[in-house]
Design a protein around this ligand. Structure first.
Ligand code: ADP
Length: 430
C-alpha cells in the first residue's frame, strides 16, 4: 500500500481549477453541487492531470445534475511533465451552466443586421473552444492571469492614480491564428472562473470593419447606440461585460482614409467617438475590452497606447500543428469517419506530442509498432504543414477526406498519406 502522505499546509499547495458543468435541465443550487464535488475530490487519492473526472454513478445527486467535471490548467504547475499528486493540490471548484440562447443580433431600425452580436456567457457555442486552441509558451495562461489580476485590482479598489492598469487586451498576428477565437474563449473562461462575483456575464462582439465600412454614414449612430447599450449593462454591478472588437486596424484605416479625403470630419468624428467611449468604459470596473488585429504596424497608435497587454499570436509551431492534427484525427475516429485496425476506434488514443517524443526515443517492448509508425506519420504530416495557419490546419482533414479515392471508412494510414499530399498542395497555393 502507498504510505499516507504527511498533511500539507494549504499555503504550500497549488490551486488547481476544477470546472463543473451542470446539465441544462438542472435546477440544483450551485452551492450544493460545489460542496458535493469538493467532497468527491477530498476522497479521491489520484494525481491531478488536465481532463475529465468520471461523475460517480453511485452518487445520485451528482448523476442527476452534473454533465461533466474537468480538471484544468494543471500544466501551469508542471515542469518536465511531472505529476501533481493529490495532496499537493488545493482544488478550486467552479460550477456553471451553459447558456443555450445563442447570439442575439441587434437589428437596426431599417432591419439591416447591425455590427454587433451579444452573447450570454458561458455560452454553449464556446464550450471547448479554450481547450481546442493550442499555443506555445503559455500564452493562454498569461492572458488568463492578466485578466484575473485586472479584475482583482478593480475589485479591491486599488487606486489607479498610484498603480495604473487597464482592462484592454490586444492580440495581433497573421490571419487565421485563432485570435478572435482566443478572445471568445478567454471571455468564456473568465465568465466561469468569476461567476461567484459576477453572476451575469455578456460578450458583445463588434466587427470594427463593418462598423466603419458598411454603413459608414450610419457609423456615428451605430457607435452611439452600441455604447449606450454597453453603458446600461455596465451600470448593473453584478454584470461582467466583455467587448470584443475585431479587426481594430480598420480604425486606423478609416482615419487615414478620412484624412486623405477633402471632408474628413465625419469619419474622424466616428473614430474619435469610439476612442472616447472606450476611455469612458475603462473606468468601469466590470468591463474587459478584447481587441484583435491582423497587422501591427497600421493599428491606430492612439489605440495601441490604450492596450495594456499586447500579445503576438503567431502561426502554429510543429508541436501545435501535431496537436491540432491529432485532435482532428481523434475526432474523425470517434465519429467513425476513419478507422484503425483495432476493434474499438472510439478508445484508440494517439499519443500527445511529448508522449510521442519519449516513446520514439525509448521504444517500449509492449508498444505495438503499428501505433508508433502511425504517430511517426502524424509527426511527418505536422512537419509538412509548416506555414499553414491554425485555421487551414483545422480544414485540412476535411479537404483530405474529399480527395480520397475511397472515402468510406478509410484506414487512418491511408488518410494520413492523403493529408500529407493535401498539405503539400495547400502550401504550394499559399
Ligand atoms: P483569427 O482571428 O486570428 O483570424 P480565428 O479565431 O478566426 O483566427 O481562427 C479560426 C479557427 O482556426 C479557430 O476557430 C480554430 O479552429 C483554428 N485555429 C487557429 N489557430 C489555432 C491554434 N493555435 N490551435 C488550434 N486551432 C486554431
Amino acid at each position: 500500500p502507498t504510505p499516507i502522505p504527511p498533511p500539507m499546509p494549504d499555503v504550500e499547495k497549488v490551486s488547481v481549477s476544477v470546472e463543473v458543468c451542470l446539465k441544462h435541465t438542472s435546477t440544483a443550487r450551485v452551492e450544493d453541487v460545489k460542496c458535493a464535488v469538493e467532497r468527491l475530490l477530498e476522497n479521491r487519492s489520484m494525481s491531478y492531470v488536465d481532463g475529465p473526472i468520471m461523475v460517480p454513478q453511485d452518487d445520485p445527486f451528482l448523476e442527476e445534475h452534473v454533465q461533466r467535471i474537468c480538471i484544468c490548467d494543471t500544466d501551469e504547475w508542471l515542469e518536465n511533465h511531472d505529476i501533481l499528486l493529490f495532496w499537493q493540490v488545493k482544488p478550486v471548484v467552479h460550477v456553471f451552466q451553459l447558456s443555450e440562447e445563442g447570439p442575439c443580433e441587434d437589428l437596426s431600425e431599417d432591419g439591416q443586421p447591425s455590427s454587433f452580436n451579444e452573447w450570454i456567457l458561458p455560452a454553449k457555442e464556446f464550450d471547448g473552444l479554450w481547450e481546442s486552441l493550442i499555443y506555445e509558451s503559455s500564452l493562454k495562461q498569461r492572458l488568463l492571469r492578466y485578466a484575473a489580476s485586472a479584475l482583482l485590482f478593480t475589485e479591491k479598489g486599488v487606486d489607479p492614480c498610484l498603480v495604473s492598469w487597464n482592462r484592454i487586451v490586444l492580440l495581433h498576428g497573421p490571419p487565421g491564428t485563432g485570435k478572435t477565437s482566443l478572445c471568445k474563449a478567454l471571455a468564456q473562461k473568465l465568465a466561469i472562473r468569476f461567476n461567484t462575483r459576477y453572476p451575469q456575464c455578456q460578450l458583445i462582439e463588434v466587427n470594427a470593419h463593418s462598423l466603419f465600412s458598411k454603413w459608414f454614414s450610419e457609423s456615428g449612430k451605430m457607435v452611439a447606440k452600441l455604447f449606450s447599450k454597453i453603458q446600461e449593462m455596465v451600470e448593473e454591478e453584478n454584470n461582467l461585460i466583455f467587448v470584443l472588437i475585431d479587426e481594430i486596424e480598420s480604425l486606423a484605416a478609416a482615419r487615414s482614409a478620412a484624412l486623405s479625403r477633402s471632408e474628413p470630419s465625419d469619419s474622424i468624428r466616428v473614430v474619435n467617438a469610439l476612442l472616447t467611449q472606450l476611455d469612458k468604459l475603462k473606468s468601469a470596473p466590470n468591463v474587459i475590452i478584447l481587441t484583435t488585429s491582423n497587422i501591427t504596424t497600421a493599428i491606430d497608435i492612439a489605440f495601441v497606447d490604450r492596450a495594456d497587454i499586447k500579445a503576438y499570436v503567431g502561426p502554429p509551431t510543429v508541436h501545435a500543428r501535431y496537436e491540432i492534427l491529432r485532435s482532428c484525427l481523434q475526432e474523425l475516429l470517434r465519429a467513425g469517419v476513419i478507422s484503425t485496425c483495432h476493434s474499438e476506434d472510439n478508445n484508440f488514443m494517439l499519443p500527445s506530442f511529448f508522449g510521442l517524443k519519449e516513446r520514439l526515443s525509448t521504444i517500449e517492448v509492449s508498444e505495438p509498432l503499428a501505433k508508433l509508425d502511425l504517430c511517426d506519420q502524424l509527426l511527418r504530416a505536422a512537419e509538412s504543414c509548416e506555414g499553414l495557419s491554425g485555421r487551414s490546419l483545422r480544414k485540412l482533414p476535411f479537404l483530405a477526406h474529399a480527395a480520397l479515392e475511397n472515402p468510406f471508412n478509410c484506414h487512418i494510414n491511408k488518410f494520413l498519406q492523403t493529408m500529407i499530399a493535401t498539405a503539400t498542395r495547400e502550401r504550394s497555393e499559399l
